[in-house]
Design a protein around this ligand. Structure first.
Ligand SMILES: [Fe+2]
Length: 179
């Protein structure tokens, strides 16, 4: 299950309800949809194609519809990172740079796990997420992404527009992007 680790204080939160309520104060959404509904071969297939993506998106149709209606998202896709990903280390170096987006970063973890470090007040909170968990990093929040020791993650991404998900590395652009 998810875990919050506060880099400065060393505090750890592991209770899902506590995680949800702590993060919600900062506009970060955390939820558990589970993965029991997905056949293992569908979930653990990292050679994603149209058939695999469709099967996953269909399995979460109800949750995705509710989320999209509530938050104004319009589209979704499937993304994977694993040892099979070309130039994984290069990509990870890029993802590790602090940035924000003008849209929310929405990820439902289908398989594997990862860490979203998010700047909250004067600390950095490592949000560890695993299969079955949803995280929404709100527009404007400074964050980055790291793989953990599993070195793989498979996610549903949900967008308002794919263009809104471009990383903005310069912190000073935050104010204008929030207007
Ligand atoms: Fe991001």
């Amino acid at each position: 299950m998810a875990r919050l680790v506060f880099r400065k204080s060393g505090k750890v939160i592991e209770n899902p309800e506590e995680i949800k309520s702590f993060l919600s104060q900062y506009g970060v959404v955390y939820d558990v949809w589970g993965v029991d509904r997905l056949p293992e071969d569908v979930r653990k297939n990292y050679n994603i194609d149209e058939e695999n993506s469709k099967a996953i998106i269909q399995a979460y149709e109800k949750e995705l519809k509710e989320l999209k209606e509530k938050m104004g998202y319009i589209t979704e896709d499937i993304v994977v990172l694993s040892e099979k990903t070309p130039n994984l280390d290069g990509l990870m170096a890029k993802f590790k740079r602090e940035h924000h987006h003008i849209d929310d970063e929405v990820r439902f973890v289908v398989d594997g796990s990862g860490i979203f470090p998010v700047k909250i007040e004067d600390d950095i909170v490592d949000i560890h997420v695993e299969a079955g968990e949803l995280i929404v990093v709100p527009a404007g929040a400074r964050h980055w992404f790291e793989l953990d020791e599993n070195r793989k993650i498979k996610c549903i991404r949900v967008f308002k527009t794919p263009a809104g998900w471009e990383a903005i590395y310069n912190e000073n652009e935050t104010a204008t992007m929030r207007d």
